[in-house]
Ligand binder design. Structure first.
Ligand code: COA
Length: 403
């Protein structure tokens, strides 16, 4: 399936999901544990959201980029693709490591994906589906062949652990898929993207951007934590999930009966069930795993996709819909014909080869950092490169001999 950029521009191309992977922090936090830090209970959280536990990145060295890198490596493993063949890395995230550089660039470095472009995508919890839509467009138009779409989050770092309205909802983790060009019909059939910025204040990280840069006041006022009007988001979500799902199905030329599985954004069991009831979709066609992970924002759909595959909930030629909603406000849905059989057997030597290549990627990254430092030390304050300084000295020396 791999090829050269633009090589197949004139032939029909389809974007298939050929690899998938997830990464979750080890530490599990149960509802009972949360009840020890805020005024809540296991019973309240379960009945209002469905969530029983979530994973939290307690180790500071575990970040959105490290989780994203792990998930991406797992996706490349399934697709049996070496990182140097990846053309583009799109990382959807609501908890990027920095405003810049992009988390996608850090993942590119971690993978040693030396031929890949990389950027972050900001569409909150809809971001992963936005990424799928973008990647399939790039593949369909022949610009690229192999694109990683990643959702990676460490929301625990931007959650106010004293606010029971939000801290019980979110979790950390990452999921990734590899989209590859193929002449085989199927793959991403349609996508629907939406936004209503008038609802931007309903779910917001108020400070830390250019509107309210970090100050002592913003920190003291807790403006670097997620703020949410839960009821308003609930109403928006139940309406928009059903509408977007239906639009994606119709755009793909399918009917609701043709759909084999829906993987919705894993925010709240009640939102999911109420949206899907509107579509009269039977519960066995809806994949829910938020019980164990809570809302992992951009990562929730790809993590759920991995578990759906692990549980044999997807067969070749099944019609799948992935649908998300989130801050912005945004929403997105995509219909996919699942044309890949289950995970392939990859020979052990190739797994070893790839893990050695990740070791090399680490060494390469260290070397590049070091050589940039050396290069910097050879540049004078007025910006002249060392070579220019040298040639000036040689010229002076020549002149002094001639005099
Ligand atoms: N434990 C106990 N009580 C809690 C609580 C908690 N963790 N969080 C809120 N409450 C309280 C509220 O303070 C409120 O008390 P009050 O009536 O005295 O003011 C009461 O529970 C009921 O709040 P309400 O907002 O009616 O609950 P709800 O049934 O709407 O559920 C949410 C609240 C947040 C679970 C629900 O609105 C929701 O899921 N919204 C969408 C959020 C979301 O998905 N965000 C991410 C989008 S990507």
């Amino acid at each position: 399936m791999a090829g050269t950029n633009g090589k197949h521009a004139s032939t029909l191309r389809y974007a298939h999901i050929t690899g998938w992977g997830k990464a979750l922090p080890d530490r599990v936090i149960t509802n009972d544990e949360l009840a020890q830090i805020v005024d809540t209970s296991d019973e309240w959280i379960r009945t209002r959201t469905g969530i029983r536990r979530r994973r939290i990145a307690v180790d500071p060295s575990e970040t959105s980029a490290t989780l994203g890198t792990k998930a991406a490596r797992a996706a490349l493993e399934v697709a049996d693709l070496p990182p140097h063949k990846v053309d583009l890395i799109i990382c959807a995230t609501s908890s990027p490591e920095h405003t810049f550089p992009s988390t996608a660039s850090l993942i590119q470095d971690g993978l040693g994906a030396v031929n890949a472009g990389a950027f972050d995508l900001s569409a909150a919890c809809s971001g992963f589906v936005y990424g799928i839509s973008l990647a399939s467009g790039m593949i369909g138009t022949g610009q690229m062949d192999n694109i990683l779409v990643i959702g990676a989050e460490t929301l625990s770092r931007i959650v106010d652990w004293s606010d029971r309205n939000t801290c019980v909802l979110f979790g950390d983790g990452a999921g990734a898929v590899l989209l590859q060009a193929s002449p085989v019909p199927g793959g991403v059939l349609s996508s629907v993207l939406g936004s209503d910025g008038s609802g931007g204040d309903l779910l917001i990280l108020p400070a830390g951007g250019s509107k309210q840069p970090a100050t002592l006041e913003t920190v003291a006022a807790g403006k670097h934590f997620i703020k949410m009007d839960g009821r308003a988001v609930f109403r928006f979500a139940t309406r928009v999930m059903a509408e977007a799902t239906l639009q994606a199905i119709e755009k793909a030329g399918l009917s609701i009966d043709d759909i084999d599985l829906v993987i919705p954004h894993q925010a709240n069991e009640r939102i999911i069930k109420s949206s899907m009831r509107q579509l009269k979709l039977p519960e066995e066609k809806i994949f829910i795993n938020l019980y164990d992970y809570g809302n992992t924002s951009t990562a929730s759909i790809p993590i759920a996709l991995c578990e759906a595959v692990e549980q044999d909930r997807l067969k070749p030629n099944d019609n799948l819909v992935m649908v998300g909603f989130g801050a912005g406000l945004t929403w997105a849905a995509t219909a996919v014909k699942w044309a890949v059989p289950g995970a392939r057997e990859v020979p052990a030597w190739r797994v070893h080869q790839r893990s050695a290549s990740y070791g090399l990627a680490h060494v390469r990254s260290r070397f590049l950092r070091f050589s940039r430092k050396v290069e910097g030390s050879l540049v004078t304050e007025d910006g002249d490169a060392w070579s220019e300084v040298l040639s000036r000295r040689i010229e002076n020396w020549r002149r002094s001999r001639e005099e």
